[in-house]
Design a protein around this ligand. Structure first.
Ligand code: FES
Ligand code: FE2
Length: 337
């Protein structure tokens, strides 16, 4: 029997979870600049005002529909290119050059935040929930670097389950360990899966490094809004952190950006050490990405015949399906039947 109910959110090309989604790298939006961004089927203009604050608004001017990314940032406001109507950071029209007083019009704005070198947009109504973060690093000052940006031919939900697909670590990645996950809901939008096995005694390298760590080699995933996954990996003395920030694009495919993170260190060699560690983190990420790529070009995900090893995947699917669903493009709430 298939695990997927007909109108579930998981792996659905027409719906997604209300949440924070990455829009573009912070570095790509300088003060005084505006960019056109299409996010989850909706066209936005995103600009950075003189104060450094990022504003995201619906792309089309309420006058005649010009794209506001053609316009000009003035202070913390934006002026439409076409007839020069001007909007403030709340999307309220504050100037129409041809009229004495602006008309009572406004354009929808969306809340933004910046973290780990990316600009994020809260896609939903009301006050935003927590921004995605690596649970171990919640209170830690970090260095980070953006890794690769990629497109995959499958849905973000499906791409993310790869990291908790216990069985494929043996079959695809040749890891000689049995991986058993323990899950924990961090809050209603985030769930962690942590490996509980020490394993691998018959594997030379693991026997060799065993004296160096107290616990098992940590391998832990945290999934936010079914779209952003954080990986924590390594022995006690050196954890690597990789974030997979994903979003759905047309046709239920994925556009993703990896972020490599390491805690800030003190001492005069700190910068060099951290650059080295971030480079190493990228290699760890590449190692895991290798071997799976072809599967995601062709997979038609349908967990028709789950086994015990697929337990975590089912849990993740259920957790995604419990969250609030919005429609592609309109960003309106899906009617709960
Ligand atoms: S279309 Fe924007 S001011 Fe006319
Ligand atoms: Fe994999």
């Amino acid at each position: 029997m298939s695990d997927q109910k007909p109108h579930a959110i998981f792996n659905n090309p027409t719906q997604f979870v209300e949440g924070w989604y990455w829009a573009l790298p912070s570095k790509e939006l300088k003060v005084g600049k505006v960019k056109a961004v299409t996010l989850l089927g909706r066209n936005l203009a995103i600009y950075r005002g003189i104060s450094g604050q990022v504003v995201a608004l619906d792309a089309y001017c309420p006058h005649m529909g010009a794209h506001l990314a053609e316009g000009k940032v003035e202070g913390d406001e934006i002026r439409c290119f076409f007839h020069n109507w001007k909007y403030n950071g709340d999307g309220i029209c504050i100037d129409i050059p041809s009229l004495e007083k602006p008309l009572n019009v406004s354009i929808k704005t969306w809340q933004t935040a910046e973290n780990y070198g990316l600009i994020w947009v809260w896609v939903g109504e009301g006050s935003p929930n927590l921004l995605p973060f690596v649970p171990e690093l919640e209170q830690v000052d970090c260095d980070y670097r953006l890794g690769t940006r990629f497109i995959k031919n499958c849905h973000p939900n499906v791409l993310l389950i790869n990291a908790i697909d216990a069985h494929h670590f043996n079959t695809v990645h040749n890891l000689p360990l049995e991986i058993i996950f323990d899950s924990k809901e961090l809050n209603s939008h985030a769930i962690t899966f942590s490996n509980t096995t020490r394993g691998g005694d018959d594997y030379g390298l693991i026997r060799l490094i065993r004296p160096l760590y107290k616990n098992e080699v940590t391998y832990s995933m945290c999934y936010w809004y079914g779209s952003t996954g954080t990986v924590t990996l390594g022995p006690d003395f050196l954890h690597f952190y990789i974030v997979f920030a994903l979003r759905m694009i047309e046709g239920g495919k994925t556009e993703g950006q990896t972020i490599l993170i390491t805690p800030k260190r003190s001492g005069c060699l700190k910068w060099g050490i951290n650059q080295g560690l971030l480079w190493l983190t990228q290699q760890v990420g590449n190692y895991f990405a290798k071997g799976d790529t072809q599967v995601f070009q062709t997979i038609q995900f349908d967990l028709k015949t789950p086994t015990k090893a697929d337990h975590s995947i089912r849990e993740f699917m259920q957790q995604v399906n419990r969250q609030k669903a919005l429609n592609w493009k309109t960003w309106e709430a899906v009617d709960q039947v």
